[in-house]
Design a protein around this ligand. Structure first.
Ligand code: NAD
Length: 507
């Protein structure tokens, strides 16, 4: 945790949300949250013990019994009401995100909107939960499939989208008839409590949605709790692997979305203005703290000569400022420790021989001298052996790797252990089509740098960017939060057909 003597005028207190209200039981440990733009402590957040997690599971288990038999119409009505409330409170939610995460307000508003799209998808869930029915599979026998909720499910989420990533999970889980327990990031916890209040206002019964704040202690209690049937996780690769291994070992269903190193391949025939806009937006938006951020531009053939001057020109025009300042385009990094880590990578890049074309280390934001700001950094002539290529930096540091041919660029992308998102920029439809077929990555953009699927498709990567088989939201999300069952039923005409000890045959 960062140490600072500065405090915001009023330090807020955020505690767990259990049984439809803030937790009023004992809190043994607290964590501190800082405003990244000023370095001042703004919030203290409760850290859950295993007893708190147990209390949340107890309430959730009770609530899940009635919720799973609540009609689909009544469930979707709650989600429709929640949708309206989130839309109405967009600014308030975005301000809470900016205060603790640091991202600029326009970006925080965008995050709420993308989360809202999943809520809207969940509103239509009765359609997605429809099963199949076959009449007369045998004489007097019908067969049909149904999908049922799992019971109590949990979500563990990262700091970088404190409203949207939880919304990838709980609207669908709840719509499917489960009770949901969220363990948000301890770095920017407040917005999730605002969402919990809105869910209660929307009419969600007590206990169907709970929040346990905290760190590894809370996470381990979730992983070990026998009352939790499934865990959705989004975060870094080492923790995703830990979650997957430990939760599946005790029989839980797990989807664990992990880290990334997203490449943007630029072919020489690309529209270089479009590509430069895309590289800067996707490389430095949200200070590079996006799992779909572009961190490597692969410049094929002569494209670097056309592209790099345009990228540099755009970088120099970026307005780095506190997230709530009008016109701010890039805010600070989330914590002092993360800032130091990212600066460390810039130094490593220099030490390993990459060319630093733009150096944001000296940037100071007037009036925010204690903020965790780092200006955009651009490295050229990065090679795959370098640490800045191999590690996920998660900051405003963009690397350019030069490739001679399309095949060399494709081989580079496919050799990378991460495979979350990728983009190709070209004016050749055939090349783009070949790329989307050959590239081994979960989400692909063609002249689109951040190809985040809409809520009705599923979001997720391949290889070390995903542990488990199921992506989030869309149809795969519905499958994750439900179990399939097939019923074969006989309602014979009223006549006895006799005993048959043979293997059932369909006639
Ligand atoms: P993180 O892995 O540090 O934390 C994620 C969650 O795990 C938090 O709730 C945290 O409290 C918990 N956690 C942290 N350390 C733990 C430990 N030792 N044991 C148990 N639980 C622990 O990730 P972060 O820094 O909050 O978020 C950034 C990371 O998330 C990046 O790697 C980014 O790529 C990834 N991410 C991936 C996606 C995706 O869809 N693939 C989306 C968003 C973020």
């Amino acid at each position: 945790m960062a140490t600072t003597t500065k405090e915001a005028a009023a330090v807020a207190e955020v505690t767990h949300w259990i049984g439809g209200r803030p937790w009023d039981g004992p809190v043994e440990r607290w964590g501190d949250v800082y405003d990244p733009a000023t370095g001042a402590r703004t919030t203290r957040v409760a850290f859950a013990s295993p007893a708190v997690v147990d209390a949340a599971v107890g309430k959730a288990s009770e609530a899940a019994v009635a919720w799973r038999t609540t009609s689909l119409a009544a469930r979707s009505r709650v989600l429709f009401a929640f949708r309206e409330l989130v839309a109405k409170n967009r600014e308030r939610l975005a301000a809470a995100i900016t205060r603790e995460h640091g991202k600029v307000l326009s970006d925080a508003l965008g995050e709420v909107t993308r989360g809202l799209e999943v809520v809207e998808f969940a509103c239509g869930l009765p359609q997605l939960l429809k099963g199949e029915f076959s009449e007369n599979v045998s004489t007097d026998v019908d067969s049909y499939s149904i999908r049922q909720p799992l019971g109590v499910v949990a979500g563990i989420t990262p700091f970088n989208f404190p409203a949207m990533v939880p919304m990838w999970m709980y609207p669908l889980a709840i719509a499917c008839g489960n009770a949901f327990i969220l363990k948000p990031s301890e770095k920017d916890p407040s917005v999730t409590n605002l969402c919990a209040e809105l869910l209660a206002e929307a009419g969600l019964p007590e206990g169907v949605f709970s929040i346990v704040h905290g760190d590894k202690v809370a996470v381990d209690a979730i992983l070990q709790h026998p009352g939790i049937a499934a865990v959705s996780f989004v975060g870094s690769t080492p923790i995703a692997r830990y979650i997957y291994e430990n939760a599946t070992r005790v029989g839980k269903r797990v989807q664990a979305l992990a880290g990334a190193k997203n490449h943007m391949v630029v072919l020489p025939d690309a529209d270089m203005d479009l590509a430069a806009d895309a590289a800067v937006s996707a490389g430095y938006g949200s200070a590079g703290e996006r799992c779909m951020a572009i961190s490597v531009v692969v410049a094929v053939g002569a494209s670097a000569d056309g592209l790099l001057p345009k990228v540099r020109e755009r970088i120099r025009r970026l307005k780095v400022a506190a997230g709530n300042e009008p016109g701010a385009e890039m805010g600070p990094l989330v914590t002092r420790e993360h800032h130091a880590r990212v600066v460390g990578y810039v130094e490593k890049g220099l030490g390993e021989g990459a060319t630093l074309l733009e150096d944001g280390r000296a940037l100071r934001v007037a009036g925010h001298e204690d903020g965790y700001f780092l200006g955009p950094c651009l490295f050229d002539r990065v090679t795959p052996e370098m640490t800045i290529y191999r590690d996920e930096i998660f900051g405003p540091v963009l690397s350019v790797v030069r490739a001679t041919t399309y095949d060399e660029a494709l081989a580079l992308v496919n050799a990378n252990p991460w495979a979350n998102g990728v983009a190709i920029f070209t004016n050749d439809g055939g090349a783009a089509r070949r790329f989307q077929n050959e590239v081994q990555v979960g989400m692909v953009g063609v002249n689109v740098p951040i190809p985040v699927p809409m809520a009705y498709y599923s979001f997720g990567g391949w290889k070390s960017s995903l542990f488990g088989d199921t992506h989030v939201h869309g149809r795969e999300g519905v499958h994750f939060y439900t179990r399939g069952k097939v019923v074969t039923s006989r309602w014979p005409d009223p006549q006895h057909r006799g005993v048959n000890l043979g293997f059932p045959q369909m006639k």
